[in-house]
Design a protein around this ligand. Structure first.
Ligand SMILES: CC(C)(COP(=O)(O)OP(=O)(O)OC[C@H]1O[C@@H](n2cnc3c(N)ncnc32)[C@H](O)[C@@H]1OP(=O)(O)O)[C@@H](O)C(=O)NCCC(=O)NCCS
Length: 190
């Protein structure tokens, strides 16, 4: 099944560039391999990080966020001018599975968009998969919209938006239940 395509049609009105994001160096390759293995649940070793990121001429920069000695998030700025003229391609976005929901994925992706601006690019694209709802939430929050590669993509996006709303409703219900339970316990104690 072909990957889903998303596009940010321009790079204006972005939130300010986040602090604490830096370019990965050769020393970070083993740390990137650990992070990408944990985030994608697939094998990334140092050779793959070199081949697919650091030594790939289409990858302009691999950005990272550190916490001490640990790399806790990454995303890469890639350009594929024959496929996406004038646009940057957001590549291999990942955050540490133990640090999800802390804004790391959002910040590192935003930093890649600012990198595209610095490179004089005017738009951004990325590819993703139907089940990557957390990533799609981040991308929608950053102004990316779906691009339908063919008729089937419309149906796939329809299912994704339904799943996103269901997830939001489920989490709201869980919050209400927790609040009700805490309230009942407090009343019981009085
Ligand atoms: C996708 C992934 C990187 C997201 O990482 P994360 O660190 O959990 O994401 P964040 O905490 O930055 O974002 C979570 C939420 O906060 C929002 N958010 C975070 N910071 C924000 C900010 N400053 N302003 C507005 N929104 C913000 C995001 O839009 C998102 O929305 P939600 O509240 O509806 O969930 C992570 O789930 C991952 O590594 N997944 C596995 C690998 C993967 O699928 N990669 C993508 C391949 S396409």
């Amino acid at each position: 099944m072909a990957s889903l395509l998303m596009r940010r049609p321009d790079l204006v009105d972005l939130p300010p560039a986040p602090a604490g994001v830096e370019s990965a160096s050769a020393d970070d390759i083993p740390r990137l391999a650990s992070l990408l293995t944990a985030a994608f649940d697939e094998a990334w070793d140092v050779d793959r990080v070199r081949r697919d990121l650091i030594d790939d001429p289409s990858v302009r920069r691999t950005l990272i966020i550190r916490d001490g000695d640990v790399v806790v998030a990454t995303a890469s700025a890639r350009v594929l001018p024959s496929d996406y003229p004038g646009a940057g391609y957001v590549h291999w976005v990942a955050s540490d599975p133990t640090r999800r929901g802390q804004g790391l994925g959002f910040s590192v992706t935003l930093a890649v968009l600012h990198d595209f601006i610095a490179e004089g690019l005017l738009a951004a694209v990325l590819e993703t998969d139907d089940q990557r709802l957390s990533a799609i939430r981040v991308y929608l929050g950053l102004g990316f919209v779906p691009q339908y590669r063919d008729e089937s993509h419309q149906l796939r996006w329809s299912k994704i938006f339904t799943a996103l709303v269901e997830e939001r409703l489920r989490s709201r219900r869980d919050t209400c239940r927790t609040r009700d339970r805490t309230g009942a316990e407090q009343q019981h104690r009085r």
